[in-house]
Ligand binder design. Structure first.
Ligand SMILES: NC(=O)C1=CN([C@@H]2O[C@H](COP(=O)(O)OP(=O)(O)OC[C@H]3O[C@@H](n4cnc5c(N)ncnc54)[C@H](O)[C@@H]3O)[C@@H](O)[C@H]2O)C=CC1
Ligand SMILES: O=C(O)CCC(=O)C(=O)O
Length: 366
């Protein structure tokens, strides 16, 4: 594993490897880019098969956060963290507290939140050790778990994609195949169910599937059957890298719109979707509801302001489709254009010296 080569290729600022023998913590924090502000991104807990797999995941996820936060117009940079372990069996107070101390040591360069395998309760434990955590239990003015807002954003982004594909944003009577029924997709399924969509769901955990079957009249399929479901919309809400050559061949959906980060295995897979005329709502555009909520929490604002900004994801997705059509490029590239243009502009306008940087002067005058 050539870590510096990888960092140079996609220009990562910092990667922190966190080890605590007493609690068994093995974690990695990746800070991709802080041009726009402190690096914000959740902590994923997953039973990675190898360290290599964990590094690959955290690096890809951190870069995705830079693009997500930039495209959403937030003053936040991109970072992410992973903890190696089984979220159903390996969670311990001392492990999350040890991890919180590593975050504190970064002195605000990285701010964490939930991701796959972690919850508000875990963020509460991290909060015992550092203020650089969001998504803690909804108390004392904090905004709580960002997942329901992520779900709301995906719902509106999906409607924009449906409008592009079917000429109507109405999801009544549409069949949506949902991969993974977790913190984001459960409230998302609720929105879809209430609008009259039919749901087909899968998860690697039977209890998660049964909840959707019971509450939303969903039809259950096995995890490897979800790609072949006869549906209008495929909605990936589990892990990344699932849109690839062999799964694209199986897909019957005209639209892909879901919450999962890094859905495309490679950019070529995004090109293939474009050639096939499958409307792909780029992941980091459509799943920005959670970070929008977090930024409002950090900078001040109320729930109405959050909801208004999250609903605007509909317009952002439409804008991405417009760029895609104008420039004849796949939608993932159109999204990258939005994010990169903003990063580039701000990189150039954030060069002047500021008072907060006076510690440098103090050192010089010593
Ligand atoms: N929580 C949030 O606010 C945000 C989450 N996301 C992304 O959305 C996705 C889902 O996140 P959460 O709902 O928070 O995670 P979660 O851990 O609550 O839910 C994920 C679900 O996917 C299931 N799963 C995992 N592998 C699977 C497979 N191969 N087939 C079927 N099901 C599988 C898990 O058992 C779990 O029920 C992730 O990719 C995450 O990075 C993106 C933006 C914000
Ligand atoms: O919304 C969250 O869970 C925190 C931010 C994040 O990690 C994400 O948007 O993927």
């Amino acid at each position: 594993m050539q870590i510096f080569d990888r960092m140079v290729t996609d220009d990562y600022e910092q990667v922190v490897v966190c080890q605590d023998k007493a609690s068994g913590l093995k974690g990695i924090i990746a800070i991709h880019d802080t041009t726009l502000g402190p690096a914000l991104g959740g902590t994923r807990m997953w039973n990675y098969h190898s360290e290599e797999e964990a590094f690959t995941d955290v690096l890809r996820l951190a870069k995705g956060m830079t693009y997500k936060n930039a495209a959403a117009g937030l003053s936040l940079g991109g970072g992410k963290a992973v903890i190696i372990g089984d979220p159903r069996h390996d969670k311990k107070e001392e492990l999350f507290r040890a991890f919180g101390r590593f975050i504190e040591g970064l002195n605000g360069r990285y701010i964490t939140a939930e991701d796959v395998g972690t919850s508000s309760k875990d963020m509460d434990v991290i909060f015992e050790e550092t203020n650089y955590v969001t998504g803690i239990t909804d108390e004392s003015g904090k905004s709580g778990d960002p997942s329901p807002m992520t779900a709301l954003g995906v719902y509106h982004g999906m409607k924009a994609a449906a409008n592009e594909a079917f000429g109507t944003s109405d999801l009544l009577g549409k069949t949506v195949a949902v991969q993974g029924v977790g913190s984001v997709s459960y409230p998302l399924c609720q929105h879809l169910y209430e609008e009259g969509a039919s749901l087909v769901v899968t998860d690697i955990h039977e209890d998660a599937v049964q909840r959707a079957v019971r509450d939303f009249n969903a039809v259950k399929v096995a995890p490897d059957e979800i790609y072949e479901v006869d549906c209008d919309i495929f909605c990936p809400c589990a892990l990344g890298g699932i849109i690839k050559n062999d799964t694209i061949k199986k897909l019957k959906a005209k639209v892909i719109a879901g919450s999962a980060n890094n859905q495309l295995h490679t950019n070529e897979d995004g090109d293939l979707l474009f050639q096939k005329g499958i409307i792909y709502a780029p992941d980091y555009i459509i799943n920005a509801g959670g970070v929008i909520q977090i930024e409002v929490e950090l900078t001040g604002g109320n729930k109405e302001k959050v909801q208004e900004k999250v609903k605007n994801i509909y317009n952002t997705v439409q804008n991405v489709f417009a760029i895609s059509k104008r420039d004849k490029i796949p939608t993932y590239k159109a999204a990258d254009t939005l994010a990169e243009e903003r990063l580039e502009k701000l990189k150039n306008s954030r060069r002047q010296f500021l008072r907060e940087e006076q510690h440098i002067l103090r050192k010089i005058s010593r």
